[in-house]
Design a protein around this ligand. Structure first.
Ligand code: ADP
Ligand code: MG
Length: 338
């Protein structure tokens, strides 16, 4: 028998994909390999994205309120739809529960799910409920759509494209470090009050209740801009950039000083003695969008405060590098890439 660790998550998904027969329906436009599957619905493309969250792996209920967890589970799926340049329509939620959860806990979870449905304008239309022996499991599937002319894949980036990212990166990871630290303090002395102050509020919010960037999808449409390629930043900038470059067969030069990082993230990184750029590259859970646009098109976005140009693409797929102001270049690698 082969140890799962020899394959890793990406290797395992590749293995499943390689063994999957070609689609038999002409409506199936894209299967495994992008942020969402794509279907031909006539005028529009339909989109479907699924995510699963497992207690003890993806969340720790000692500091994650169930209401936020419900919201975050919806954000995951909506973010994948946004990464295809689409907007969400419906979702289903499936839960596995152990008997330690009272009814009120599930009410709280669904308060969060409903709040997210309202925020993203999505209808909750079904799901499945089952018991679980290993705590809480939540799986969300989101259905969305995008006009055919606006669909944006991961594998269609062009050389010389400007690499853009929305919002800022690394804050969710630093928020997690803060919450983990408070948990250790609390476990050592349950009478201790958590030391989470106002100056940390943004980091905690980014970790516990992130928002998917459907606002950017609307904005790109208003500006009549279709990115050449797009992916959402769920596993850290490095990992997502490598997916986009590898699938497009392109290289990239990213300028470290251009990576958008919030002031609170700088301060927390300093406190935890980690580089803020490393937090942005490898932290994950930002739920921002990473996309590429033609250089002429970028001019329309140059003054947009919500979007930052961080580098450009090249024709050399061997060269995916982080460049310093001084001109030094180091290869970008992703944790768990192999
Ligand atoms: P994301 O981080 O954007 O949610 P993933 O890395 O989870 O994307 O998945 C990458 C691709 O692999 C997606 O197209 C997804 O649908 C597909 N995929 C993931 N797990 C499986 C699986 N167990 N069986 C079939 N396809 C899968
Ligand atoms: Mg994704």
């Amino acid at each position: 028998m082969t140890d799962l660790n020899t394959l890793g998550e990406i290797g395992l998904i590749d293995r499943i994909r390689n063994a999957t027969p070609a689609p038999t329906h002409s409506e199936t436009v894209r299967g495994i390999g992008d942020d969402a599957a794509v279907f031909d619905w006539g005028e529009d493309y339909g989109l479907l994205a699924t995510d699963m969250l497992v207690e003890g792996i993806h969340f720790d209920l000692t500091y994650v309120p169930l209401k936020h967890l419900g919201y975050k589970a919806v954000t995951f799926g909506v973010s994948d739809i946004a990464a295809m340049n689409g907007l969400p329509l419906q979702l289903t939620v499936s839960i596995g529960l152990s008997s330690r959860f009272p009814v009120e806990a599930i009410d709280e979870l669904y308060d969060g799910i409903r709040a997210a449905c309202e925020a993203y304008n999505v209808d909750l239309v079904g799901g499945d409920t089952t018991s679980s022996r290993s705590g809480l499991i939540i799986s969300v599937s989101v259905l969305g759509k995008v006009p055919k002319s606006q669909i944006t894949y991961r594998n269609t980036a062009q050389p010389d494209d400007v690499v853009c990212v929305t919002g800022d990166l690394g804050a969710a990871y630093l928020g997690l470090q803060l919450l983990e630290r408070e948990k250790q303090v609390f476990m050592a002395d349950p009478n201790m009050q958590p030391g989470l102050s106002e100056e940390r509020a943004y980091l905690i919010q980014r970790q516990l209740r992130p928002d998917a960037r459907t606002d950017i999808v609307h904005e790109l449409r208003d500006l009549d801009i279709r990115p050449t390629a797009m992916i959402d930043v769920s596993d850290g900038l490095a990992s997502e950039l490598l997916h986009l470059c590898r699938q497009s067969g392109k290289g990239a030069v990213i300028f470290d000083e251009n990576i958008p990082i919030d002031d609170q993230a700088y301060l927390a990184a300093d406190e935890f003695k980690i580089s803020p750029v490393t937090a942005a590259l490898n932290g994950g859970e930002d739920y921002e969008l990473l996309f590429t646009v033609r250089p002429q098109v970028f001019e329309k976005l140059a003054n947009n405060a919500r979007i930052t140009a961080i580098g450009y693409l090249t024709n050399n797929p061997e060269q995916i590098v982080l460049a310093t102001k001084a001109g030094q270049q180091t290869p970008i690698r992703a944790q768990g890439w192999t």
